[in-house]
Each structure stands twice: as structure tokens, then as C-alpha cells.
Write a protein that binds this ligand. Structure first.
Ligand code: C2E
Ligand code: CA
Ligand code: CA
Length: 861
């Protein structure tokens, strides 16, 4: 530079002042260079740090994503495999109709969950059921997967006792896939007994193709998640799949916030440095050219300061260009610096906060921030999640990274992560809650239950589990559609939630099944009061599109520690109690009792005996004569079935009809009854009709009309001599369907009467709308006659009603001469009862109609 100095004559004083100016300028330039170097170094360090954190975090989330995928598949396969119905239809017998056609384990697994392969492998490891991309196929799982699945089957079966499913990453056609498998067990279904074959295994296969990986990555905020190629090996963004990466590895592209910061910051610093150099050069020229060395040196110092200010401004720009805010605190934990972004991000004023204690603004979950920062032996750079309240009063979450300064105090950046944390929280919530009602799901229930049971409930402070199932919900779905069904479920859910206390849990564990966990009730009376409240609240009409829908509920109760201490046992016992509540007429509750299990086994035995009985002629028909009250003439007889059990003797229908209805045996039983009754009656005098009882189940299933038509034809009886007795339940469950069937039945020429009138809703509209020929007053009215005056007038009113609607009114259960007298007085048409005749076996009945026809009642009247 000295070559460029103008060669003018200088005085010694002048020369020394120039040298002085030069020397101080060089010092100043050195200082500036130092400052620039420091700024660049800090920036690079900060950027590197940001990238490192981001890399570690994205690796964490990728791993989490895969774990959560495995967890969710495990829980899905578990839901399907540990299930009584699945055991019956996939293991005991492979029933593709149940599984595929009725959509129990069918297309929806592909459409809803995206499982490209669904397999059932039986006890001898043959694939007996395969659904590929939602289509039923006949293919061996091993063939489709192109590898042996023995290890997976062994692991799945090992988990049978503990009902633990297994998962494994494999490669299918060069693409990684996740397989979840579980041995099929009866679950908590008390009605299914397991056989001693090796269990079948249910297997779901999820192919992790690029679209799927992308989507999973997006959910966890990881960009470009894909299968790693050989070129990606050796980089840090690699996650091996399966043991030792047997199923390949995943690779992703972590975002590089640091790089972006550098791209922005370094050029700015460079430009600033260049400008300063340029300026220094100009100043130097001026200094050497200027006459007044002191003046010149003074001026150059001034402009040096200006340069420093510019550089600071540039640095500030860099900091402000980032979305984070920068902070500094002194050794007393008070803010000494806050970048401008602080105001944009938090909405708070910088002036107000500079000088204020950091702990007043920010708090961590573990305590105060100052405490956290002063933990000794921390890593040099640290980050922690803090919360603060913004100007709108909203809580916000920020991730703070901090570095200790050599002069004491800390400095660092703060990144707003409120949205990110919210999104994660939401994912967490969704995985633990039912999407329709927002109630906790089975997963949450399990966690909650485990936690409560770990706290060891006592007899004094027990844990009460209610298993609640809606009655009459299915018809709502069938008749009003699923949207209405959903609304009913939502309404029921909020009513249930209203009935329990804060701290209790209401979970939805199936279509219309709920589980409630209560910890704050101690006595049986309290539990019963709650059950009553729950049922009453559910029974209140639910308004759907100006229509009132009625549902009800049955509840089973089990308590810890009295009944069980383990979650699965407790759930099973509550289910058994629920089953008893349903068998006990629904709309009620039952506490679990030790003998319930035996009762269920007993019931099951009776069911299998009944199956045998129907086939092997153990059923008997008795006939109970029906008389015209006015003149005592016998007009017909009701066929009543009995069971001549080889060991237990004669069993009454009240015992076995419910079992037949529940097991579906009712169809073959009823076929036998109608057929036998018609064949007998065909031989009776033409003036006598026969009436048979139908079960509501027969209206729902089993082509009643065709069956009846065939029987009428085979027996040759005049259809006008056949009467069908049906109860109101038929109409309650599916009024429209029932009406249609009844009209068709009427076209066959048979009569229809409403049985047990007065016990149910006794809705008059049914009598008016449906094609009834008669109604039978339930025997409970006559039974109670002595007790209440009201019943007499009710009987009178029913007879009047029947007359008005042209229905033949029959009174049941005439047990005394007084009963008969009363019925005669109110002009009831027909009657039946022990006083007139008990149900007779066929021999006795034949004798009655063949030998002493039309006697019987006269002597009694
Ligand atoms: P239900 O239709 O109300 O039949 C009348 C029941 O009342 C019969 O009981 C009969 O024996 C009894 N009974 C008749 N007169 C008197 C009386 O004066 N006093 C008293 N206390 N009882 C009287 P059973 O035979 O035990 O039948 C019970 C129920 O079983 C029947 O009630 C009916 O609902 C059902 N049931 C009977 N047979 C069949 C059948 O073949 N199919 C279907 N689905 N259900 C049947
Ligand atoms: Ca009847
Ligand atoms: Ca009856």
C-alpha cells in the first residue's frame, strides 16, 4: 500500500502522525477482522448445532414412526385374533362366508388399514384363507411372501397364553413389509371353548412401498422417508429395519436449518467484511494524503466505528431473518438481550422483559428454568422445552437451546414448537381414543386399568368395572341407517360420561359395548344406584330427525380385588356378568358371581343336548284346549312344546326356548313343532284349530313363509285352521319387515294372534296397523285379579278394545271359577287355563277330542 502513497513533501511531524494513523488503522483492521472471524465462527457453529439437533430428532421420529406402526398393527391383529367369533369362524371351522362375505375379516382390512395381505394359517400350517388387496384368493402365504414363515408362526403361537401378537419386518418382492401375526384364541368370550389343536394364526401384511413410507414420514414430520439405496449407506440418516437390518433400511432427508442459516448469514458477513476493507483502504489513502495526521487518524477512528455499527446491523439482520429469537441472560438469570423476533413470535414487549427474570417468563415441566440451567456437568449446548403465556393468554411451547457464556450467564435461541407439540399430542390422543365418540378406546382402557390395578385396590376401596352393552341398538342401525346409529352412540357416550365422576373412565370397546371403571364407589348399593342411573339415562328417548329412538342397556359388574386382580380376568368376569344380565331379560345388571362360569357351562351343555334332542326325537307336544266362553264349546288348542330329557326328565319350554333362541336352534325346533302340530290337527275334527307359538327370531331369519307353506301343504291341513301366536317383540325389532311378513302369512290363509298382550308396550297402534285376528290377554292379569281392582277394569277395557277392532279376545290362565265368571260377565270371547284344562299329552288330547268331544267345559260353567 505504501507504493500508492502520494509523494508529496512532508514535515517530520506530519510523517509521524501518518505513521501513527497507519499503525492504529492496522490495529483497527486487525480488530475488525477478529470480529468478523468471530461472527462467522459463531454462525457456523450455530448452524452446525442446529443441523445436528435436527438430524438426531428426525432419527428419533423415524424410529418412533416405525415403532408406532408396529404397535398399531399389533393391536389391530390382536383385536381380530383374540375374539370368540374369530375363533369359531376362522379356527374351529374356516367360514369364508363369515370372514369375507360378511366383512368380518374381509375387504375393509385393505380399504381401511391398507393391509395388502390377510392370511389365516391353520393348525398344520396350511393357508386356509387369503385376502390379497381386498380380494379373496386361494394362495399359500409362503408363496405370496416368497419366504418361509415358520419363525413368525412359532412366535405367534408362543404368544397364545398371554395373548401377545408378534410383528416382523421382511422383504416382499424387494420392498420392505411389516407382518403382524397372532394366534387365534376365544378371547374373553365365555361361550367359546378352545380345542386342543395347535391354534390357527391370523396374519396381516402391510407393504411399506414408497407412497406409504412418504405418508408415514409426513405424519411424523420426517421428509423424504424411503428405502435406503446403497448410496445412502454410511450417512447418518439410516434406520435398519428388522434384526440387523434384515429387511433393508430406511433413509430420509433431514431438513438443514443450519445450512439455510449459513447460506443467508455467511454472504452477508462476507459483504460486510468487503465493505469494511474497502472503506479502510479509502481511509488509509486519505490518512496518508491528508495533511493533519491527528485529524486524519481521528476521522479514520470515527469511520471505523461506523463500520462496526454496520457489521453489527448486518449480524442483527441475520439473526432477525431466522424464525427463532435470540436471548441472553446474565448471572442473575435476568434478560440482558432479546432479539427483535421476540416481539413478533411472542407478542410480548422487549423493553418490558429486558431486565426481568427469565423464570418469570419461561417454565419447564421439571421446575424452574434457572434450576435446570444450573445443573452441573451438562453438555456444553443444551436444549429444553419451555412454556410461556403469550399476550392473548394462550400457552405456547418453545424449545430453548442454551450455551453458557464465559463471562457468566447464558445465551441461545428459542424456537416456537407449539404447533409441532400440538400435532404430536393429537396423534397420541387419536391412538388412544375412539374416533366416533371421542371416548377412550381399548388401548387407553388397558393403560388406565393397569395403572389403577397397580395401585392395589382394597376391599374397602375397590375398583369397579362395569361392562355395558346396548340393547335394541342393532335395529336402530338397520332401520334408520348408520348415520343415525352413530348419533345414538354419541348421545349414549355423553350420557354415560355425565353419570360418572371425574377420574372415572368410560371407554368404548366395540360397536355398542362400553366399559366403565370406577374407583370412588365402595358399597354394592352405590354401584347399584349408579347402574340404575346409567340405565335410566340411556333409556330416555333419543331424538333423531324428529323421531324418538329408544335403546336400553345391560350391565355386568366385576370388582377388584374381590373377583379378580388382573385386568384380563376382570374384563372377562364383567363380560360373564353382562351375559347373565342379558340372559336375565336385558335392561338390568348383574354382579359377577363365582358360579356364573359354571352356569354358562351348564347352559352350553344344555344347548348341545338340545341339538341332539331335536334330531333324535326327544321333543314332545302337549295341547291345551281353548274354549268359547259363552257356550263352553271347545274351539281349538294351543301346541306347547316339552323336552323329554333322558336324565333330567320333562323340561319346560321356559327353560330351553331362550337357549334355542340364542343358539339359533329355534328354527329347527319350531319347524318340528309346527309340522307336528299341523299333522296332529289335520286328524282332529274340522271345527278345531291349532295354534302354535312363534319366536321373534323366526321373523328375522329362516324364511318363515316358505317353511310354513311347505308344512301346510305336506300336512294337508286347511290353513284357516292354523293360528300363529306372536309377541310384540316381533314388531319392536323390525316393524316394517314384520308387517310385510305378516301380510304374506295372511295370504297363505292362516290366522295371527298377538300373544301375552299386556306385558310389553301393548301399543294400540300395533293392533291397528298389523293384520291381527285375535289377541291373548296375558295370564298375569287373571293371576293378579285378587290383588288389584284395576286389573278387572283393564280386562274389561281390553275386551272392549278387541271388540272395537274385531279381534277375537282370548283370556289365558283361567285358574278358578271366579275367573271364568268375570270373563263371562265382560263377554270375553275365548279362554284357556288350568281350571278348564291343563295342557294334555297327545294321547289324552286325542281321547278328549275323539271320545268326549265338546264336553269338558260345560260342567264347569
Ligand atoms: P305361552 O305362549 O304364554 O303359553 C301358555 C303357557 O301358560 C304354557 O306354559 C301353559 O302351560 C301355561 N298355562 C296355561 N294355563 C295356565 C293356567 O291356568 N295357569 C298358569 N299359571 N299357567 C297356565 P308352557 O307350556 O310352560 O309354555 C311357556 C311358554 O313357552 C309359552 O308361553 C310360550 O311362550 C313358550 N312356548 C311353548 N311352546 C313353544 C313353541 O313351540 N315355540 C315357541 N317359540 N315358544 C313356545
Ligand atoms: Ca302362546
Ligand atoms: Ca301367553
Amino acid at each position: 500500500m505504501s507504493n500508492n502513497l502520494p509523494s508529496i513533501a512532508r514535515s517530520p511531524i506530519d510523517r509521524s502522525s501518518v505513521a501513527l494513523a497507519r499503525a492504529s488503522l492496522f490495529k483497527f483492521v486487525g480488530l475488525l477482522a477478529g470480529v468478523f472471524f468471530l461472527a462467522s465462527y459463531s454462525l457456523v457453529y450455530l448452524a452446525h448445532d442446529l443441523d445436528r439437533t435436527e438430524e438426531v430428532q428426525s432419527a428419533f421420529y423415524t424410529k418412533k414412526a416405525m415403532q408406532s406402526l408396529e404397535k398399531s398393527m399389533r393391536s389391530t391383529v390382536k383385536d381380530y385374533a383374540f375374539w370368540g367369533d374369530a375363533y369359531k369362524h376362522l379356527h374351529v371351522e374356516m367360514d369364508p362366508d363369515w370372514a369375507y362375505v360378511r366383512q368380518n375379516v374381509g375387504t375393509t382390512l385393505y380399504t381401511d388399514f391398507g393391509f395388502r395381505g390377510v392370511f389365516v394359517v391353520n393348525d398344520v400350517n396350511r393357508t386356509v384363507y387369503a385376502v390379497l388387496k381386498g380380494e379373496l384368493k386361494s394362495v399359500e402365504a409362503e408363496k405370496w411372501l416368497e419366504q418361509s414363515i415358520d419363525a413368525i408362526l412359532v412366535k405367534a403361537r408362543e404368544g397364545v397364553e398371554t395373548e401377545t401378537p408378534t410383528t416382523a419386518f421382511i422383504v416382499v418382492g424387494g420392498i420392505p413389509a411389516l407382518v403382524a401375526a397372532a394366534a387365534i384364541t376365544p378371547g374373553t368370550d365365555p361361550t367359546v371353548v378352545s380345542d386342543d389343536r395347535s391354534p390357527s394364526v391370523l396374519m396381516f401384511v402391510d407393504i411399506l412401498d414408497s407412497a406409504k413410507l412418504e405418508a408415514i414420514g409426513r405424519n411424523y414430520g420426517v421428509d423424504g422417508l424411503r428405502v435406503a439405496t446403497s448410496g445412502d449407506m454410511g450417512t447418518t440418516s439410516i434406520l435398519p429395519l428388522g434384526e440387523n437390518g434384515i429387511a433393508g433400511s430406511l433413509h430420509w432427508s433431514p431438513s438443514r436449518p443450519g445450512l439455510r442459516l449459513l447460506a443467508l448469514g455467511l454472504p452477508l458477513i462476507g459483504v460486510a467484511a468487503l465493505l469494511v476493507c474497502l472503506m479502510t483502504w479509502v481511509i488509509l489513502r486519505r490518512a496518508t494524503a491528508g495533511a493533519q495526521a491527528l485529524d486524519a487518524s481521528y476521522t479514520s477512528l470515527q469511520s471505523g466505528r461506523a463500520a462496526l455499527a454496520t457489521s453489527e446491523a448486518r449480524f442483527r439482520d441475520v439473526v432477525e431473518a431466522s424464525s427463532d429469537w435470540v436471548w441472553e441472560i446474565d448471572a442473575d438469570w435476568r434478560f440482558t438481550y432479546l432479539s427483535e423476533r421476540f416481539e413478533d413470535v411472542t407478542g410480548l414487549s422487549r423493553d418490558a422483559w429486558i431486565g426481568a427474570a427469565m423464570d418469570d417468563l419461561l417454565s419447564t415441566e421439571l421446575g424452574s428454568l434457572s434450576q435446570w440451567l444450573s445443573i452441573p456437568n451438562r453438555l456444553p449446548a443444551i436444549s429444553v422445552q419451555c412454556r410461556y403465556v403469550d399476550t392473548k393468554g394462550q400457552e405456547r411451547i418453545t424449545r430453548l437451546s442454551a450455551r453458557e457464556m464465559t463471562c457468566g450467564g447464558f445465551r441461545g435461541t428459542a424456537t416456537d414448537v407449539t404447533e409441532e407439540v400440538e400435532a404430536r399430542r393429537r396423534i397420541e390422543f387419536l391412538s388412544q381414543h375412539d374416533a366416533l365418540t371421542g371416548l377412550p378406546n381399548r388401548t387407553r382402557l388397558q393403560e388406565f386399568l393397569d395403572g389403577k390395578l397397580k395401585a392395589l385396590p382394597t376391599v374397602k376401596h375397590p375398583l369397579v368395572m362395569l361392562s355395558l352393552d346396548l340393547d335394541r341398538f342393532k335395529p336402530v342401525n338397520d332401520l334408520l341407517g348408520h348415520a343415525a346409529g352413530d348419533r345414538v352412540l354419541n348421545e349414549v357416550s355423553s350420557r354415560l360420561a355425565d353419570c360418572v365422576r371425574h377420574g372415572d373412565l368410560v371407554a368404548r370397546v366395540g360397536g355398542d359395548e362400553f366399559v366403565l371403571i370406577l374407583t370412588d364407589v365402595s358399597s354394592q348399593e352405590e354401584v347399584e344406584a349408579l347402574c340404575r342411573r346409567l340405565i335410566e339415562s340411556i333409556e330416555r328417548p333419543i331424538e333423531i330427525d324428529e323421531q324418538e329412538v329408544f335403546v336400553s342397556a345391560s350391565i355386568g359388574i366385576a370388582m377388584a380385588p374381590n373377583d379378580a386382580r388382573e385386568a384380563t380376568e376382570l374384563l372377562r368376569y364383567a363380560d360373564i356378568a353382562l351375559y347373565e344380565a342379558k340372559a336375565g331379560g336385558r335392561n338390568t345388571w348383574r354382579f359377577y358371581a363365582g358360579d356364573m362360569n359354571e352356569k354358562i357351562i351348564e347352559r352350553r351343555r344344555l344347548e348341545s343336548d338340545l341339538r341332539f334332542a331335536i334330531k333324535h326325537g326327544e321333543l314332545r307336544l302337549h295341547f291345551q284346549p281353548r274354549y268359547r266362553i259363552a257356550d263352553g264349546q271347545m274351539v281349538g288348542a294351543e301346541a306347547l312344546v316339552r323336552w323329554q330329557h333322558p336324565e333330567r326328565g320333562l323340561i319346560s319350554p321356559d327353560t330351553f326356548i331362550p337357549i334355542a333362541e340364542e343358539s339359533g336352534l329355534i328354527l329347527s325346533l319350531s319347524n318340528w313343532v309346527i309340522d307336528t302340530a299341523c299333522r296332529y290337527a289335520a286328524r282332529w275334527p274340522d271345527s278345531l284349530f291349532v295354534s302354535v307359538n312363534l319366536s321373534p327370531i323366526e321373523f328375522k331369519r329362516g324364511n318363515l313363509v316358505e317353511r310354513l307353506q311347505k308344512i301346510l301343504f305336506d300336512s294337508g291341513i286347511d290353513p284357516a285352521r292354523v293360528e300363529l301366536e306372536i309377541t310384540e317383540n316381533v314388531m319392536l325389532e323390525d316393524a316394517e319387515g314384520a308387517l310385510e311378513i305378516m301380510h304374506t302369512l295372511k295370504r297363505l290363509g292362516v290366522r295371527i294372534s298377538m300373544d301375552d298382550f299386556g306385558t310389553g308396550y301393548s301399543s294400540l297402534s300395533y293392533l291397528r296397523t298389523f293384520p291381527f285376528d285375535g289377541l291373548k290377554i296375558d295370564r298375569s292379569f287373571l293371576n293378579r285379579l285378587g290383588d288389584s281392582e284395576g286389573d278387572e277394569s283393564i280386562i274389561q277395557a281390553i275386551v272392549g278394545l278387541g271388540c272395537a277392532l274385531s279381534l277375537t279376545v282370548t283370556a289365558e290362565g283361567i285358574e278358578t271359577a271366579e275367573h271364568l265368571k268375570l270373563l263371562k260377565a265382560v263377554s270375553c270371547d275365548e279362554g284357556q287355563g288350568y281350571f278348564l284344562s291343563r295342557p294334555l299329552d297327545t294321547g289324552a288330547f286325542n281321547a278328549l277330542v275323539g271320545i268326549r268331544e265338546s264336553t269338558g267345559i260345560k260342567s264347569n260353567v
